[in-house]
Write a protein of this length. Structure first.
Lengths: 952, 270
């Protein structure tokens, strides 16, 4: 399973070309246009923060500059993933970074591609940087002076910016630099915590405005002694969605302002309402030309023409020619049939025209003819630039097909092995043994191993482009080949065994009377339907709808089953017996089906007399009402968080609660949810952990009150918002305490084999520790999700699974479905923007990588993890048969790996799809992470299973 | 039920069949050879049942054709009377017309064909209470469908009328035939819709049409999240169309299915 994930990662590593060459025509470069360049990058600066009403209100100086000053303003479109590190890369290299950079965003390695900073350093420019640490990691040793601030401590939004601004006065006075880069993080942090409509945004914008004014006046005053003017660039790396996060491709996240201010520009009233839309990658080329540097080699951007508009025609044409030459070179390298590209044809044509113009110019023919021809050449160049840039940005995405194929093969082999071992794993000993020792297959094994090694050598020596898998060490590649061939042999041997046992099975009584129950049918259809739906980008975007739909249908089918059992059996007893008997008969053939596995039904008949005798009176009514209760809960949760793309903008309860007017309601709701959580959790705990739980939940409320999310109970006068470190750590102590007690109980149950109850209690304590942790990490408006999840689990356990006696496989799949639905109920979706990274900073003073990543992952996947741990507890407490847990583990692994493996194949085949980067790749990241978590869960399952085996 | 059996027996006996038709069934033929006289009479009864089934299937087919015809009428007739009528644009009108037409056709057909044994108690008050009960059941089913749609994620306040009319048309496709055939008897309904609970061709066809309407409506929800931006993707048009297609498909499929499986189908006549 873990291996699956590794290959998943290797699958989406597009071949990145680490080309280090410099542009050839350096000697002929024109002189720089600007002497000093200051780049003010404000993280998550959305276009309407500057050009909209907020800009007019909070950024008066910038608005003045845009409207009346010597400036050019644009709306720069960022390509997804709209995360800081890829955006910085795009701004500085002009190329389009891939989606793997989202992961690397956390731990950015040095940038190897050609970029403006490298060129500037090579040209002897002195660069100073203050701000986000990412830059320092991306460009190590490039800055003569720097001060990095960490970008990951989200709840701090004043200190990060003060740490940048405090250097300003000194640096501006000194003036011994050529390029100054400032990266302000505060706005992004405010967006992450409070959203784009918070009053804090306005305050931050005013602060940024004053910073800009300070820099601009200082630059203007310096300009008097220098020949060349200075350039001030104000830009954002990405925008901000309506919820305040970023990563996806909504309009708010993609559109950022880009303002170039310099006294070289003409003072003309800019059109404030409709700035021109350009690409973010255009800045790299513009900066390079402005500083007199070669354009970065991989840049796909085109020069922002207004910048050079004031120059004489000859220079303008020269700049444009430089840019087109660079782009056409890039095109030649990437596209085999570049000569047929319309952009390339336009480029050739304009070069010819340019030559004519130069001839005319050298004849010193300063007539109107020259001017007219010049404008024509200009237009031709601009058109060529546009087409080249467009065709490049669509074609530059290259795929490392070989690595992808290797990954897909491994994933497919694992899946086939799982599928093939269904009958064996479910009916007999429930052991997934991988047959490797058989001598016949060992020959095959060596053959396959040698063949695949040979293929590897051939591919890696013949391929021109670099390949991720080839760049691995020989040992790792050999290990991979070993694995592939071992898996293949295992599949072959499993298939033969299946074939032999298939003969045996066919001699068994006819399977004609085997019909699946409606539930099995739904589970099968639902799984198949979900897997198929992953091929459509809309269904991936709206995957939560699929899960809500399936879970609702599941509830309706359950209610149908309940009604049939409770009404029909009263008057026609023989029919019910017949039904049960039929269920038993269907056990053997249904095993061949991949989801319907009913081995445990065999031992059901001897346990209890009849379901309806167990429950009478009030309980009966509860049973009848339970599916409807669950449906109602799901409907309420569904309106709590709107996710996805199409309906994400709809008003939902979550937004209503988080708005500052409804703090009282939010506090009541949070307190109520915590109370419900306590009531539902405490029944299975030992007295000590009950107390710990109560204190922990109280601590959670105090933590939320301390950081200002909910109303505080006692300290009304104390207004200042702290980080709540003490409170959060207080809760952590209890979480660890409860988990520790649970582990202790589990260990004890191994020592004392007779005591079955201790193990159940131990498992429940583990589970409640996880619930407590989730309650701490969830935002307060999401606490009802947790409460409802516990409620539904209780209802299902008490009134549905116990009386109806579903088998382990069905229960596992139901748990999986509900876990998936709860993943979306808590506001997640399949784009990166909805990951709540503030969960990773609960109770931490500074950014610590490992705990922060763990907490964020747990906070995101809390739904599936909690349902899976409930499953472990339920199965080990309910079913007496020891094989139930291993069945469940097997089913869980299978049901999780089917969508993932299908998805990997789908993505591989859809790699040239229009939405590959905006829709499919984030989903692949989510699936990879989900697989990793599934692997952890399965390991836990197996550990539990082992303890039960050693006990018996 | 016994009364009915005797009457059908009389009916079949009064119309003698040719011997080839009696032994036409291979299974019955073997039995005739093996068991002699006793099984000959047995096979006669079986054949009588078969012929009864055949006529029933024919009646079923005609009935279903009428129902399909009524749906087609509901698409084409209103455009003569109403201006700008089209299924997609004036969807609500079509929903009303279609559900009324289907209900009326179903009622009339069941009154004419009378597939179920009419009860012996035919006092007026009993009939009236039965009718009232049917109406209440119909309304109840409309409301409960509405609730289910909302639980499935239909908007609670906006588009109430659309959601409710969808509930009405789905009730017309499913609840009305149930009420006609089974009467306001929830246990009979549960029996029909659980496995092996069917006791006649009529109930079998009812099961098929009802389930196919539900499945149609269920599948109709799938295109909604797709970004094709077609007019029929708007709630609840795709679902109503899905339900209609499902109902029509059920109407077509059920006589054919029963005809193909007529030899395997044995109903317990309790």
């Amino acid at each position: 399973m873990v291996l699956n994930f590794v290959t998943t990662c290797s699958c989406h590593t597009p071949a990145q070309k680490y080309t280090l060459g410099a542009s050839s025509n350096r000697t002929k470069l024109p002189p720089p246009l600007f002497s000093k360049v200051v780049i003010v990058l404000i993280d998550a600066l959305r276009d309407d923060f500057v050009f909209g009403s907020k800009g007019v209100k909070f950024m008066p100086y910038t608005t003045y500059l845009v409207e009346k000053g010597a400036s050019h303003s644009f709306v720069a479109e960022a390509k997804p993933p709209t995360v800081t590190m890829p955006r910085i890369k795009a701004l500085m290299t002009g190329s389009l970074p891939g989606f793997i950079d989202v992961v690397r965003n956390l731990n950015s390695p040095a940038l190897l591609e050609d970029n403006v900073i490298r060129q500037a350093k090579a040209a002897g420019k002195r660069i100073i940087f203050y701000g986000d640490e990412t830059w320092v990691k991306l460009f190590p040793k490039h800055f003569v002076e720097y001060d990095g601030t960490t970008s990951f401590f989200v709840s701090d939004y004043t200190e990060v910016d003060n740490n940048v601004t405090r250097h300003l006065d000194k640096v501006l006075k000194r003036g011994d630099w050529d390029m100054l880069i400032l990266h302000y993080l505060g706005l992004d942090h405010i967006g992450h915590i409070f959203g784009p409509n918070s009053p804090l945004i306005g305050r931050k914008l005013s602060e940024m405005d004053s910073v800009l004014m300070k820099i601009h006046t200082s630059l203007l005053s310096k300009e008097r002694d220098t020949v060349l003017p200075n350039l001030l660039v104000l830009c954002g790396d990405h925008g901000m969605s309506e919820t305040g996060s970023h990563g996806a491709s909504s309009i708010g996240e993609v559109n950022t302002p880009l303002i170039l201010i310099s006294s070289a520009f003409e003072r003309k009233p800019g059109d404030l309402r409709h700035p021109k839309h350009v690409q973010q990658t255009d800045l790299a080329a513009t900066l390079a030309i402005g500083l007199g540097l070669p354009i970065p080699k991989d840049s796909v951007g085109s020069l922002l023409f207004p910048v050079v508009e004031g120059k004489p025609m000859r220079e303008q044409l020269r700049f444009l020619q430089l840019n087109t030459v660079q782009l056409s070179k890039l095109l030649q390298e990437n596209v085999p049939s570049y000569e047929k590209d319309p952009g390339y044809e336009q480029f050739k044509m304009s070069e010819r025209l340019h030559g004519n113009w130069i001839k005319l110019y050298l004849q010193e023919n300063h007539s109107e003819v020259l001017f007219n021809l010049g404008t024509k050449v200009l237009r031709q160049y601009l058109d060529a630039l546009k087409t080249l840039s467009l065709s490049l940005s669509t074609q530059v995405a290259q795929y490392d097909l070989y690595s992808m194929l290797v990954g897909t093969v491994v994933v497919l082999e694992v899946l086939t092995l799982l599928l093939l071992s269904i009958p064996q794993a479910l009916c007999r000993k429930a052991e997934l043994e991988v047959p490797l020792s058989s001598p016949v297959f060992s020959l095959l094994f060596y053959l396959v191993f040698l063949v695949s090694l040979a293929i590897h050598v051939i591919v890696c020596t013949s391929a021109e482009s670099s390949c991720y898998f080839c760049s691995l060490s020989w040992l790792a590649a050999g290990g991979m080949m070993l694995l592939i061939s071992a898996l293949l042999c295992a599949i072959v041997s499993a298939a033969t065994r299946m074939f032999v046992s298939g003969d045996l099975l066919s001699k068994n009584p006819d399977p004609s009377n085997s019909r699946w129950s409606e539930l099995d049918l739904l589970i099968l259809l639902g799984t198949v339907g979900h897997v198929l739906s992953l091929g459509a980008s809309s269904f991936v975007e709206e995957e939560h709808q699929t899960w809500y739909f399936l879970v609702n249908t599941l509830c309706l089918v359950l209610s149908q089953e309940i009604y049939r059992n409770y009404f029909l059996q009263d008057d026609c007893e023989p029919q019910c017996c017949f039904h049960i008997g039929q269920g038993l008969d269907s056990a053997i053939p249904a095993l061949q089906d991949r989801t319907g596995c009913k081995a445990s039904r065999h031992n059901k008949e001897c346990e209890s007399p009849s379901p309806r005798e167990v429950l009478r009176g009030r309980d009966k009514w509860m049973v009848l009402a339970s599916p409807w209760l669950i449906l109602t809960c799901c409907r309420l949760l569904r309106s709590l968080n709107q996710t996805g793309v199409q309906w994400a903008h709809r008003p939902d309860l979550g937004h209503w609660l988080t708005s500052s007017d409804h703090k009282a309601e939010l506090s009541v709701l949070a307190a109520l949810s915590l109370l419900v959580i306590f009531v539902l959790i405490q029944r299975g705990c030992s007295p000590v952990s009950k107390v710990a739980l109560a204190l922990g939940l109280l601590g959670i409320y105090c933590y939320r009150a301390a950081i200002g999310n909910v109303l505080s109970l006692w300290q009304q006068d104390n207004k200042d918002i702290s980080k709540g470190i003490v409170e959060a750590r207080f809760v952590y102590v209890f979480v660890l305490g409860i988990l520790f007690t649970g582990t202790k109980d589990l260990l004890k149950s191994q020592v004392i084999p007779a005591d079955f109850k201790i193990k159940t209690v131990g498992l429940w304590e583990m589970y409640s520790g996880l619930v407590l942790l989730a309650a701490l990490l969830f935002r307060p408006h999401n606490l009802p999700v947790l409460a409802f999840s516990l409620l539904i689990q209780t209802i299902m356990t008490k009134f549905i699974w116990k009386p109806l006696r579903h088998d382990a496989a069905e229960i596992t799949i139901m748990h999986y479905w509900f876990g998936q639905a709860f993943f979306y109920f808590q506001g997640n979706s399949n784009n990166i923007a909805t990951v709540d990274i503030s969960a990773g900073f609960v109770g931490l003073n500074t950014y610590v990588e490992i705990p922060a990543m763990f907490l964020t992952a747990f906070g995101t996947y809390a739904g599936p993890v909690l349902w899976a741990s409930h499953l472990v507890h339920f199965l080990s407490s309910e079913t007496s048969s020891s094989s139930a847990l291993s069945h469940a583990c097997f089913c869980y692994a299978l049901i999780c790996s089917i969508p993932v493996s299908t998805y990997i194949i789908l993505v591989t085949s859809l790699r040239y799809h229009l939405f590959i980067w905006s829709v499919f790749s984030p989903k692949l990241l989510y699936e990879g992470m989900h697989l990793l978590i599934t692997a952890a869960i399965c390991a836990f399952f197996t550990a539990m299973d082992q303890t039960s085996l050693t006990k018996s | 039920m016994t009364g009915k059996e005797i009457s059908t027996l009389d009916l079949v006996l009064s119309a003698p069949r040719s011997p080839s038709e009696i032994t036409g069934h291979p299974y019955i033929g073997i039995r005739t050879r093996d068991l002699g006289v006793i099984s000959t009479t047995f096979s006669q009864i079986a054949t009588q049942e078969n012929t009864m089934k055949d006529t029933d299937i024919k009646r079923l087919l005609y009935m279903h054709l009428f129902c399909i015809f009524s749906i087609i009428l509901s698409i084409f007739i209103p455009s003569f009377f109403l201006e700008n009528f089209s299924i997609l644009e004036t969807h609500l009108t079509w929903l009303c017309i279609c559900s009324v037409l289907v209900t009326v056709v179903n009622l009339v057909l069941y009154l004419v064909v009378k597939p179920n044994a009419s009860s012996k108690r035919s006092s007026l008050s009993y009939k009236v209470t039965r009718l009232l009960k049917c109406c209440v059941y119909f309304l109840m089913s409309c409301f409960s469908f509405h609730v289910i749609f909302v639980l499935y994620g239909a908007p609670l306040i906006e588009l109430v009328l659309e959601t409710f009319l969808f509930a009405v048309i789905l009730s017309a496709f499913t609840t009305v035939p149930c009420l006609c055939l089974l009467g306001p008897n929830l246990k009979a309904w549960l029996r029909v819709f659980s496995r092996n609970g069917v006791t006649s061709i009529w109930e079998n066809s009812l099961q098929i049409t009802t389930i196919s309407s539900f499945v149609g409506a269920w599948l109709g929800a799938f295109p909604i999240p797709l970004d094709w931006e077609r007019p029929w993707q708007v709630w609840p048009i795709s679902c109503t169309l899905g339900a209609t297609f499902g109902y029509t498909a059920g109407l077509v499929i059920s006589p054919l299915w029963i005809y193909w499986n007529r030899k395997q189908l044995t109903y317990k006549n309790n």
